[in-house]
Each structure stands twice: as C-alpha cells, then as structure tokens.
Unconditional design. Sequence first.
Length: 178
Amino acid sequence: MAPPLRLKHRGLGEPGVFLVWGPLMIGGTYYITTGAFAPWVLVASLPYAMLVTAVLMGKHIDKLDADSAKGIRTLPVILGRERATFLTQELLVGFFVFVVLLVLTGTLGVWTLLSLLAVPKLGQVLRVLSRPPPPEPPPGYPLWPLWYVAWAFLVTRRAGGLFVLGLLANALYPVHLR
C-alpha cells in the first residue's frame, strides 16, 4: 500500500481544491444528474472554484511561516507572501470578471450579475490584502492569528451567496443575453 500523496506538502493543495470544488464537483454533479457531459458547465464552475481557492490561499498565507518551518510547501510557501497575496487578490477579482464574461457570452443568465453587489466589499478586502496584517489583533477580533482568510471569506460569502441566488433566479426565470 502506497503512502498518501500529500498535495499540501507539494504546493498542489490549492490547485487540487480549485479542481475539486469547481469542475469536478459541479461538473460531476451535472453529469450524474443529467447523464450528459457539458463543457459549458465546467467553464461555468470556475468562478465558484476561484472563490473557494481564494479562501484557502488566505488561510495558507496566514500560516506561511509555520508551514515553512515545518517543511510544508503550500503554494504560498512556494510563491512567497507577496506573490501569494497577489494571486489571492487576482482570484477574487477574477471571480467577478469571469461572471461578467460568462453572462456576456450567454453561458450564465443575467441574474448571476447579482454577485456584483459584492464589489464594494471586494474593494475593502483588496485594500486589506495589500497590507501586512496588524502586529496584534484588533479589539474583539475572534480569529487571531488568522487574518487574510477572514477577509477573503467576507468576499466569498457575499459574492458566492449572491451568485447562487442568481443561479436559482435564473432557474426559475431564465434570462440570457444570447
């Protein structure tokens, strides 16, 4: 019996989460439900995968020093704090860009644009991700020493919830640009 492949120790945990929470889970559910493979479903799963991966990246940025000391080579350990933070920001921005592009191409219904209501929160979070964490927790902050993951989750919770609401609205009252 072979030992488990520790994806987290090889910088493959984050890409693995992206694939599992996006194309595999959503595409697989679609396939099992309909019995058909549809490439558009895989593409439409990417915004959700971006959000989930951004949260994991935030967590691993928070734990970068500890993981590095233990020899755990998460993607943030491999990339370094600055590039990992930039990638996290790009994943969050990419969610919104991808949703708009998918609506413009007719892949997703216009109701998924409800997720754009989370853009103000995105701006706030991008500013926080552009700075180092504070040296000590703000008063009443419950998750210390985790910092970036909490901020990434704020965007993910709002944008993801609005995205799912948009998908539901489109299932009930479909409106597509094409």
